[in-house]
Design a protein around this ligand. Sequence first.
Ligand code: GLV
Ligand code: MN
Ligand code: MN
Length: 415
Amino acid sequence: MTEHIRVDGERLWRSIMEMAEIGATANGGSHRLTLSDEDKLARDLFAGWCADAGLALTVDQMGDMFARRDGSDAARAPVGMGSHLDTQPYGGRFDGVFGVMAGLEVIRTLNDHGVMTVAALEVVNWTNEEGARFAPSMLASGVYGGVFDLDWAQSRQAVDSGAALIDELKRIGYYGEADLRAHEFSAFFECHIEQGPILDSAGISVGVVNAAQGFRWYDIKLEGFASHTGSTPMPGRRNALLGLARVAQAVDDIAHEYAPLARGTVGSQVAVEPGSRNVIPGAVEFTVDLRHPSAATLDAMDAALRAVCAETAADIGLELTLEQISDTVPVAFDEGCVAAVKRACERLGVSHQTITSGAGHDACYIAKRTPAAMLFAPCKDGVSHHESESAEPEYLEAVCNALLHAVLDIAGVKA
Ligand code: GLV
Ligand code: MN
Ligand code: MN
């Protein structure tokens, strides 16, 4: 009865483009940091669209937005769809937004066709997926998944102002009463752009994501001694930036040592003190991001990082502070949900391929409690976390259709 239903690809595209106008950047991207004024506007726009679609909105204590469409069986937990509306600084128009808009497009399509599902459906906007303004990433979905304590997550501080997350939630009017740890889904699906080159280079429409690699984030501080660049002799200097240079090279080396799957990066968030060209850097703060699909390999990379930081600090005479702020373990998505996505692609006759996610996603933490899977769309040249991020409307439509039919499969259709 529902097998011929298709989403409205143009409406999906228009919604993504309209959302992209909030925090639009000069070079075609979006700058919409978590709980900024732009994030509030994006949330308001989404909430308005949900109301237009007849959905009931709940906001929880992390500011997550759950927009619900009832099913015929109130006893069944809802099937969730969604992702995030926050972006990286000067990020792209699709990362996160596509997953939220795809969920909304599924609802709009079911409304158009008067289809009622057995389980309720929910479109979700998760707070602070990116981890750029508040570290670590996937913070709210991590609370949902039991990875982070609610209090700890609410007290994380903004890198720009030091404001606590809970205060920023209240400031923009998105602190809610609902306890997300009590929220239940029967399944969860997240659509996303691939953020890598595999699908784009193969011209495949849908990535059926069966796993995601693990990653660990670190906050590191090296403290030396700031003094005059001209009069301080070279021997005996305690140059903190020199320590960072050595660690940055070592992180790159570690990733190469575990090639081809490993990734290792000192992120583009570095603070050097005191901030003068003729003062030796007295202290540096920076971040490290290590990734690999195997937890055992991540352990080895972690040990190598800790060793090189300690050796560097001892060699240059620096004081080292190393805090690991997240450990996102490799994820295998639910076989039943993955199979539902694959079946949907087969029935739709769209090209598809099984793929592992290189990036972290809310679904990775949701999967700790709920059967979950992801669907990827190709993005141009695999570029993401950049203003030039780009995706073809036809691919987004194909992925959204696969979402629609996977969700109908799992939620059931009322006869
Ligand atoms: C989350 O966006 C990540 O860093 O992979
Ligand atoms: Mn994302
Ligand atoms: Mn991202």
